[in-house]
Design a protein around this ligand. Structure first.
Ligand SMILES: [Zn+2]
Length: 257
């Protein structure tokens, strides 16, 4: 079946003499992998549409079976994100996000919106956009925080966040359960709530002035711990991600009350 879709190029693997195997995140079908025949020949036009992390318009003979590769007809580039190539920290974070989607086989087409949003916001507000995306992705693989109410009794009036259980806790449940790793800081709870309820139509810059970097960084640390516990990533990649986020942390002026 020949299909036309907008897509991000998540990963390219050299195959045989002239071909590439591509993992793409498409707007219509979610994660789609296909073979691009002959694109490494010098006169290939399609190669420009297969630039890593670019947004392209693809015509693909899509396989109906999940584990069978499709075949590329044409690829035309729409937008290239130059900032990713110019800055290692952005490169690491986009590489990590792309691998996360592929390794966890996140196939729903809604992920395209998240990826698109992240590419357009990462260089505006690295920590805030990363925290939003990591929480959304953890929900997609069934490991998000429990934020609908207290994680024990579902009571809606919450007073803390349990680090161990990754969820809100109410006043009554704190009395009954001795759990020392509970964060009561109001700003922390508000920030988690804002990340959780983030509206992708909003302009992220409008939120920039009123968040606390230290709190966001702590939330990202909890999220990365969850990613480590629930996904398979090699040590090197996760360490690069942590390094990149910490470097950025030191460069910011802190706004701690
Ligand atoms: Zn409770």
């Amino acid at each position: 079946m020949l299909v036309n879709t907008n897509a991000f190029i998540l990963k390219t693997i050299e195959y045989e003499d002239n071909d590439l195997i591509i993992y793409s995140l498409t707007q219509k079908y979610g994660l789609v992998s296909f073979i691009a025949k002959g694109v490494r020949k010098p006169n290939s036009k399609n190669i420009f549409g297969l630039w890593l992390y670019s947004n392209s318009n693809l015509d693909i003979f899509k396989s109906n079976r999940l584990n069978k590769l499709g075949k590329l007809k044409t690829a035309v580039i729409n937008k290239k994100y130059y900032y990713i190539e110019k800055n290692y920290k952005y490169y690491v974070l986009i590489y990590f996000l792309s691998e996360f989607i592929i390794k966890n086989n996140i196939r729903d087409s809604n992920t395209f919106i998240l990826y698109d949003w992240y590419l357009n916001n990462l260089n505006q507000n690295l920590l805030y956009s990363t925290s939003i995306i990591y929480l959304k992705l953890l929900f997609k693989i069934g490991n998000g925080f429990y934020l609908k109410g207290c994680y024990l009794c579902n009571h809606k009036v919450i007073v803390g966040f349990s680090i161990d259980n990754k969820g809100y806790v109410c006043k009554n449940c704190i009395k009954e359960n001795i759990d020392y790793k509970i964060i009561y800081n109001k700003e922390f709870l508000e920030t988690i709530n804002n990340i959780y309820n983030y509206n992708f139509d909003n302009n992220i810059n409008s939120l920039q002035q009123n968040f606390n970097y230290k709190i966001i960084l702590n939330i990202i640390k909890i999220l990365i711990n969850l990613i480590e516990e629930n996904t398979v990533f090699d040590f090197f990649i996760l360490n690069e991600v942590k390094g990149v986020l910490n470097l950025n942390w030191q460069n910011h002026k802190f706004n701690i009350k």
